[in-house]
Every structure is written in C-alpha cells, then in structure tokens.
Design a binder for this molecule. Structure first.
Ligand code: FMN
Length: 171
C-alpha cells in the first residue's frame, strides 16, 4: 500500500475478530516502528508484546479507555528506555510517538486494525503497566497499541484538513 493511502485511510479500530495475527505481520509492524526517526538517531524504544488474557484483564481494570482489549488478540506496549537516550530530556516521548504512529500505519497497511491507547503521561497507568509487564525502572511505557483483524467494516477515512490552520511566514 502506498504511504499516503495508509496515512489517509487509517482510523482507530476497536473491535477485533477472534483471529491470531501472523508472526510475519507482527514482525513487519515492529520493523516499521523501529524505522521511525528519533532525536540524534537515539532509537530509545523497546516493545513488549502482550497476548495473555489475564494481562488484558488487569490492564482493563486500570485503564478506563482500553475496553477494546476484550476482543483483541495482541497489544504492543511501546516503551522508552532512558538508558538509550543520547539527548537528555523528553525526546524519548517524541521518538516513541513516531514509532507508535509507524506501528499504526503499518497495521493498517497490512489489513489489520489498531488503536493507540494512552499510557504516558498518566502516572497511574504508567505505574500499572510497568508492574503488569515487569518493566525495569529505566523503561517507561508510552503507548499501548491494541491490534487485530477488524471485526466489521473499517471506519471511513476522516477528512480533517483545515486550511485556516496553515500560516504563511507569520501568524
Ligand atoms: C496520545 C493518544 C492517546 C489515545 N488514547 C486512547 C485511548 O486510551 N483509548 C482509545 O480508545 N483511543 C485512544 N486514542 C485514539 C484517539 O481517540 C483517536 O486517534 C482519535 O479519536 C481520532 O480517531 P482516528 O484514530 O480514528 O482517526 C488515543 C490517541 C492518541 C494519539
């Protein structure tokens, strides 16, 4: 699929078929995530694949907007490893956000559906996900991407273009 087609066609998917994702597709999504740009090419990301139903249950108890895990075969926790940072500060957040967007676009291009569920900067969710996934202290969870084969028709593309948001040279 062409990049622009994936960008314009991607929408959040929150209902999934009871069908496993092929390992090759999971690998491709992770390759896409790790192809993202990052500050000074620091690539601070780490990914935790979660497919255990008991983990999904625990996450749904602490995350008010992750009910779609009930039908999902897989969730990918995108984390930033502070020991891999070259630029101190909050660049890991930007780097891992780029990786997360690549993951979402790759899922869509592969015929899957996905949704970004927010973890950072919600302290309670960060703490809970760190516990559930046994993250070391230097690894911070940013986003949980829930992914699977869409159940039912995909949401239609959304046109969000707003010409008045564009400014030439000065506001
Ligand atoms: C930082 C961030 C956090 C989000 N958190 C959640 C979430 O916790 N649960 C959820 O269902 N969707 C979540 N979303 C998805 C947004 O609701 C969705 O992207 C937005 O409504 C636009 O819809 P679209 O993705 O279909 O284009 C999140 C998206 C972002 C970028």
């Amino acid at each position: 699929m062409e990049a622009l087609q994936a960008i314009f066609g991607r929408r959040s998917v929150r209902r999934f078929q009871a069908r496993e994702i092929e390992p090759r597709k999971i690998e491709t999504m992770l390759q896409a995530a790790m192809a993202a740009p990052s500050a000074m090419n620091e690539q601070p990301w780490e990914f935790v694949l979660i497919d255990r139903k008991d983990s999904f249950e625990r996450i749904m108890q602490v995350h008010p907007y992750a009910g779609m895990l009930a039908t999902a075969p897989l969730a990918i926790l995108v984390c930033g490893n502070r020991q891999r940072e070259k630029v101190p500060g909050n660049y890991w957040v930007l780097d891992c956000s780029c990786a997360t967007q690549n993951l979402l676009l790759a899922a869509h291009a592969l015929g899957l559906g996905a949704v970004w569920t927010g973890i950072f900067p919600e302290k309670d969710r960060m703490r809970a996900l760190s516990e559930i996934c046994d993250l070391p202290a230097e690894v911070l969870p940013l986003a949980l991407v829930v992914v699977g084969y869409p159940d039912g028709p995909r949401p239609l593309p959304a046109d969000r273009f707003q010409r008045e948001r564009i400014h030439l040279n000065r506001w």
